[in-house]
Design a protein around this ligand. Structure first.
Ligand code: G3I
Length: 322
């Protein structure tokens, strides 16, 4: 309802699964991903990042990103493209180069030009800049910020707007789902900075990696979204939703998880301007969570044995009720 366009799940390319020491083929996984009753949108979790798209200076490789872009096209799913400028998963050469402002501007320009041109017309949205904010809401001292200050954000949005004018351009971050968080304030400063400079930004992506300490109510989500929309962006989206649990999993925790998921669905459906929800994959074994937070997991909607979490049906019921 309202402005809700899609409900989807991000996915990785099978080669990535192999590299992470998992099998590459999972027929049950593919059946769920391709089921139009489950998901109408996808995002590549890795393949469009700098590490994969420009592994060596001016050497571009779209193999990994194309796998997911092609899958989206063949399954008639909307595609969110992720991410043009991010401090993480950079190619090693980017990290080891000693940059000056002009050389870094040139490298960002070359990178965005090549990647956004390659995917032009295929991305409903681009995460143009990802995670520019530190935990306290100030700018993260990434190499981009250290060399260029906030100009790198302006450069990235300006360029992407020129190259793919039809794509919705997003600032995307985690920890920006609650109205009073310092990072939410930081995200609003970024939107305002771009708007004041007359630079196109269409949306704010709330990653929504939720957990026991951060699980906003539906009203919190609504208030946060309204605060972004009030700055003049056309849309907001939940871009990387998962709700991690401290092992062992039990019924109480799964109920709490279902509530956290339904709060997102309820809020998005209530706010005109919330265009969609993307899960950050949907199958627990493929989640980034246990790798990054040992002892935590089960953040998605299908368990290892492909049984559904209670949150799956809770989300379905929420969508049916609106
Ligand atoms: O390619 C290596 C392989 O050589 C190695 O053997 C294997 C060992 O685990 O790791 C493989 O690479 C991993 C890669 O995922 C592919 O599976 C990396 O170590 C691992 O760090 C990487 O994690 C990704 C992470 O971003 C990196 O920060 C996750 O898959 C991906 O889901 C995650 O996504 C991010 C979003 O882009 C931005 N927001 C946060 C979100 C979660 O961290």
């Amino acid at each position: 309802k309202a402005g809700l366009l899609y409900y989807g799940a991000a996915t990785d390319s099978p080669g990535q699964r192999e590299r992470a020491n998992l099998q590459s083929t999972y027929p049950q996984y593919d059946a769920i991903l391709s089921d139009p009753l489950e998901f109408g949108q996808t995002t590549p979790t890795n393949g469009m990042k700098w590490l994969f798209t420009e592994p060596l200076p001016n050497v571009f490789n779209f193999t990994e990103g194309d796998i997911v872009a092609d899958l989206a096209a063949s399954q008639q799913k909307l595609l969110r493209c992720h991410a043009l400028v991010w401090h993480n998963q950079l190619a090693p050469w980017v990290e080891s180069t000693v940059w000056t402002p002009p050389t870094l501007r040139a490298a960002i320009t070359r990178h965005i030009t090549a990647v956004a041109t390659h995917y032009k017309g295929r991305c409903r949205a681009w995460d143009v800049v990802n995670e520019a904010l530190d935990e306290d809401g100030s700018y993260r001292p990434s190499l981009f910020y250290t060399v260029l200050g906030e100009d790198y954000i302006k450069l990235a949005f300006n360029l992407t707007a020129q190259i793919d004018p039809a794509a919705k351009l997003y600032y995307n971050d985690y920890g920006i789902e609650r109205p009073a968080s310092v990072k939410t304030a930081g995200a609003k400063r970024i939107v305002k900075m771009l708007k004041d400079a007359g630079i196109k930004i269409d949306g704010v992506g709330m990653q929504a990696h939720l957990h026991a300490d951060v699980h906003p109510t539906a009203q919190d989500h609504v208030d946060t979204m309204q605060s972004y929309l009030a700055l003049g962006v056309d849309e907001v989206a939940f871009t990387e939703l998962d709700v991690r649990i401290t092992e062992p999993v039990n019924e109480t925790k799964l109920e709490w998880q279902a509530e956290a998921y339904t709060n997102v669905a309820t809020a998005c459906a209530r706010v005109k301007g919330c265009v969609g929800i993307t899960l950050w994959d949907f199958y627990d074994p493929f989640s980034w969570i246990p790798v990054t937070f040992p002892g935590e997991g089960a953040g998605l909607l299908w368990f290892d044995d492909f049984k559904k979490h209670p949150a799956h049906d809770a989300v379905v019921e929420t969508f049916k009720a609106i």
